[in-house]
Design a protein around this ligand. Structure first.
Ligand code: G1P
Length: 296
């Protein structure tokens, strides 16, 4: 790995209002909503760390203070845990403050995902970096981010995560026009944000993991508001494509979406059942609840 392609920085945009979860998100960050007993943002930070990232910039805004507190020391709590002999919990809360070097910057005006990433320019500088969207995370077994970083190291170019979706779902995502290089690697020939199914160039949707070359920042400065009147990251990628190749790594499963209420509930149930200490009792409860509601 050369110094020019070594990736150790990640940017997590987490400034959105979380309107799909109102009123829960009126006064708290949607990224702090728990999946079983961990907030979503912690899964994302752990995913970054597992891929070798040690410098994380979280783009926040008003109502997001709790994210900073979560990754800080909390001496009163630590003292209480020491006094009550709760060693496991103590190790867990102390460890959160040393997972990585975590930095915060506020987006100020919320002009869209592309604008949020542009805010990271000063921090990232002239280095390749990862973007991890704040309302989805990948199961550790996927190794997706590691694979994307390896692909970046090989080609020295930007790499996006892509997953096939049903035709009627493509309008929720960025959509790539692919040229297949190998089984899981494609070159992206074109990309469009939230196309109608009839206009979609493929069924390959961009999922919220990206490795970017720093040239994306120039494009983010030039790009005009797109879908929804927002500065779209996808539109900046389309501009980048004209100058340098952009690749996509496809993957099948292991993505946990927390961006909508139904997806959030599904993710909680999935991860609760994956937890050995909960599987039996919670599984029995689910079966009983389904029967009670006439669904089984
Ligand atoms: C964003 C991106 C989109 C991407 C999606 C993945 O959309 O703009 O290109 O496919 O995340 O979740 P959002 O979900 O913020 O509307």
């Amino acid at each position: 790995m050369t110094t020019t392609t070594h990736v150790n920085k990640a940017v997590i945009p987490a400034a959105g209002f979380g309107t799909r979860f109102l009123p829960a998100t009126k006064a708290q960050a949607k990224e702090m909503m728990p999946i079983v007993d961990k907030p979503v943002i912690q899964y994302i930070v752990e995913e970054a760390v597992a891929a070798g990232i040690d410098d994380i910039l979280i783009i926040t805004g008003y109502t997001k203070r709790s994210i900073e507190d979560h990754f800080d020391r909390q001496f009163e709590l630590e003292q209480a845990l020491i006094e009550t002999g709760k060693d496991k919990e103590l190790a867990e809360v102390v460890g959160l403050a040393s997972l990585a070097n975590i930095h915060f910057v506020r987006q100020g005006e919320r002009l869209g995902l592309g604008h949020a990433i542009a805010v990271a320019r000063n921090h990232v500088g002239d280095n390749p970096f990862v973007v991890m969207l704040g309302d989805e995370f990948m199961a550790p077994r996927t190794n997706l981010l590691t694979e994307m970083i390896q692909t970046h190291s090989q080609y020295g170019r930007s790499v996006l995560a892509l997953q096939e979706v049903a035709e009627d779902e493509i309008s929720r995502y960025g959509c790539a026009k692919p040229e297949r290089i190998s089984d899981r690697l494609i070159q992206i020939l074109d990309i469009v944000e939230k196309p109608q199914p009839s206009e979609a160039p493929s069924n390959l949707a961009v999922m919220g993991r990206y490795v970017f070359t720093p040239e994306i920042f120039d494009k983010l400065e030039q790009v005009q508001p797109g879908v929804g009147g927002e500065i779209q990251l996808t539109d900046a990628i389309a501009m980048l494509l004209a100058d340098q190749a952009v690749y996509g790594v496809t993957f099948d499963g292991g993505r946990y979406d927390t961006g909508t209420v139904p997806a959030y509930l599904e993710t909680i149930v999935e991860l609760a059942l994956e937890r050995e200490s909960l599987r039996e009792e919670f599984g029995d409860f689910l079966i009983e609840a389904l029967q009670r509601h006439g669904r089984l």
